[in-house]
Design a protein around this ligand. Structure first.
Ligand code: ATP
Ligand code: MG
Length: 289
């Protein structure tokens, strides 16, 4: 069975998206077992998050990138079910507003970073700025000086990849850990999911004709993902390329990735000084009276 480590890419060799399957081909009979493993992971996440919050010296950002219908929302919902909402902040990166476009592209991500002790869930992220912005050539229309735009596409995005690596190093050196997840969905599976969004009235709201527009650019998107993941994976901030065709397994792997990050943080409840312990004892006495 495929493991988290099989999905991890830390930039040490060349990256080819086609080396990473969109399905782990887990037998359906395993589903109950996988779900039980996921429930156990969630239990452990609850314990660790409590300590993580209490300790409050590291921040964790879990980001999800994917084509439409890959299961970002479902994965986020499942992860959330295991965490204390008080310590979690979810933010969805939509099309940038006028105000956001008037800033550099990392600004809104910086604005929505969680405080230390919190877990931030990014539904999409600044990676949109090297994905849709590349595929749709949106950057060419940006209000930026000539010197920033008079570049080839390759040069422009090579700069952005470097800026992202630098930004992520900066975060790491300032107490943040990132869990970068690409839910790798197959082209055929996306078609099936779109059709069920059209066929089932309860799912209609999830569908927009724009999703089909992006689907028609599938090869360009896959190239953009491959280039972005290839250029921005480092030992500190690797990408996880998670097979997304089987939702139950993708969610399990996501729980593995988050748990792995929390275990690496290795949080502990703060210990009290002798003075503080003495104060607690004093309080106990006052409560006894
Ligand atoms: P869902 O459809 O499941 O509710 P979603 O993440 O697809 O979630 P939408 O509002 O449908 O949410 O899509 C947001 C859109 O905004 C996506 O098409 C995304 O590519 C686009 N987007 C995000 N960031 C940027 C950006 N910096 N520049 C241009 N487009 C962006
Ligand atoms: Mg959408």
């Amino acid at each position: 069975m495929m493991k988290l480590q099989d999905c991890r890419y830390d930039g040490q060799k060349a990256f080819k998206l086609s080396d990473y399957p969109t399905s782990a081909q887990v037998d359906k009979s395993m589903r109950k077992d996988i779900e039980a493993m996921m429930a156990a992971n969630i239990e452990r996440m609850i314990e660790l998050q409590d300590k993580f919050y209490a300790q409050g010296d590291e921040g964790l950002v879990i980001m999800f990138q994917a084509m439409d219908a890959a299961g970002k929302d479902g994965a986020i919902k499942h992860v959330m079910s295991g965490l204390n909402p008080q310590g979690v902040k979810v933010y969805s990166f939509k099309q940038p507003s006028k105000e956001e476009l008037a800033h550099d592209y990392l600004w809104r991500a910086a604005c929505h970073l969680p405080e230390r002790g919190y877990i931030g869930l990014f539904n999409r992220s600044y990676y949109e700025d090297v994905l849709i912005v590349k595929v749709r050539e949106l950057w060419r229309g940006y209000a930026m000086p000539k010197r920033c735009l008079e570049l080839s596409e390759e040069e422009f995005f090579a700069q952005r990849y470097r800026q992202i690596v630098n930004f992520e190093d900066f975060l790491f050196e300032n107490g943040y850990r990132l869990v970068k997840i690409f839910l790798n969905l197959g082209y055929d599976e996306q078609r099936k999911r779109f059709l069920s969004r059209i066929d089932e009235p309860a799912k209609n709201w999830k569908f927009s004709s724009g999703d089909v527009d992006e689907r028609e650019l599938w090869p360009q998107y896959m190239k953009a993902f491959e280039d972005a993941i290839g250029a921005t994976s480092t030992k500190r901030n690797p990408w996880y390329v998670i097979p997304a065709d089987q939702k139950f397994f993708a969610r399990y792997l996501v729980s593995e990735a988050i748990l792995d990050a929390l275990e690496t943080c290795n949080p502990a409840y703060p210990t009290l000084s002798a003075d503080e312990v003495a104060k607690l004892e004093e309080c106990r006495k006052r409560l006894d009276n």
